[in-house]
Design a protein around this ligand. Structure first.
Ligand code: AMP
Length: 296
């Protein structure tokens, strides 16, 4: 039974091995590690798009084997958020992850991740307190707890997380250092639609009118990044960016410039920063961020 491996066929073209238990995951990982091969992991919540696929491609460049995971983590959704509505579709997701080059897919269910009596929370102080942490109070505890578990279940050499969730990336790096989890955390660049909108599983919630407005989020951030890089102070720049977004129909949750490494709030004139935004279009909350100086 210990040797049992679960092979499942996807109805679409590409096939991938799927494991659903920590025991099966570890058996597979141990086999590779015994052969001296290293492993990269890409955790996701499914609803796979080209952003996730680019992380898998990046992981593939960094290690001999790439494991993707899909788990819609209830702990990181607040009351009234979209846990139930979050898009799910394992067969499609598995085919896309296989196309991107993943070798193995880990799909635990809720009971495998949080068996009865589960009582542990991982809390990263400081970094989680502003930005998304301010309006989603338990979100990063949920993220840190599930990512700590996924990393410890798999013990990959490398794990790749997107810069799209920039605060999350820094929280995970901090947690891994603080808990001595022996995994190197690597950031992956944000993948965007041709009009600049960052790919997100939640973009499917946008109405066609909202979808037309959505790219303004990135355009406005990029313009602000150019202005700050050319010597304008942060406060007036962010104030007019905020006003432009609200005028276009966004309800801005936050729009801030932070130190790219520590996330300490910045003000005045700066030569290096990360500008981060969260804004609602209708009921959909979009997040994005850009560097100062801007990348293009
Ligand atoms: P999610 O499934 O939304 O939890 O995301 C799984 C991983 O994909 C996280 O590390 C995200 O930061 C990353 N990700 C999501 N969207 C993008 C994107 N547009 N570009 C790059 N990475 C992304």
């Amino acid at each position: 039974l210990r040797r049992r491996r679960i092979f499942e066929r996807c109805p679409m073209a590409t096939q991938i091995e799927i494991v659903r238990t920590v025991a099966d995951l570890r058996t597979r990982v141990r086999t590779w590690q015994r052969e001296g091969e290293n492993i990269a992991m890409v955790p996701t919540m499914g609803a796979i798009h080209k952003g996730h696929m680019s992380l898998v491609r990046q992981a593939k460049q960094l290690a001999d084997h790439t494991i993707a995971s899909i788990f819609v983590n209830p702990l990181q959704f607040g009351p009234g958020e979209d846990f139930e509505a979050y898009p799910r579709g394992e067969a499609r997701d598995a085919a896309l992850l296989a196309d991107a080059g993943a070798d193995l897919l880990f799909v635990p269910d809720g009971r495998e991740m949080y068996p009865e009596g589960f009582a542990t929370t991982v809390h990263v102080a400081g970094l989680t307190e502003g930005l998304c942490g301010a309006s989603r109070p338990d979100h990063f505890d949920g993220v840190a707890t599930v990512v700590a578990k996924l990393l410890l279940q798999c013990l990959p050499d490398i794990a790749v997380f997107g810069e799209k969730d920039y605060q999350q990336l820094l929280v995970i790096k901090r947690m891994v250092r603080d808990l001595n989890i022996p995994v190197e955390i690597v950031g992956g660049a944000i993948v965007r639609e041709p009009d600049g909108l960052a790919l997100s599983s939640r973009n499917t919630y946008l109405s066609s009118d909202e979808r037309e407005t959505a790219p303004l989020l990135h355009t406005t951030l990029q313009q602000a990044a150019h202005e700050v890089a050319s010597g304008l102070a942060l406060e007036p720049t962010l104030e007019s960016a905020h006003a432009a977004l609200e005028a276009a129909g966004f309800r801005v949750d936050y729009l801030e410039a932070r130190d790219p490494v520590t996330l300490v709030p910045l003000s005045g004139n700066v030569s290096s920063a990360r500008i981060l935004v969260a804004a609602f279009l209708g009921k959909t909350r979009l997040i994005d961020n850009v560097t100062v100086p801007p990348q293009s």
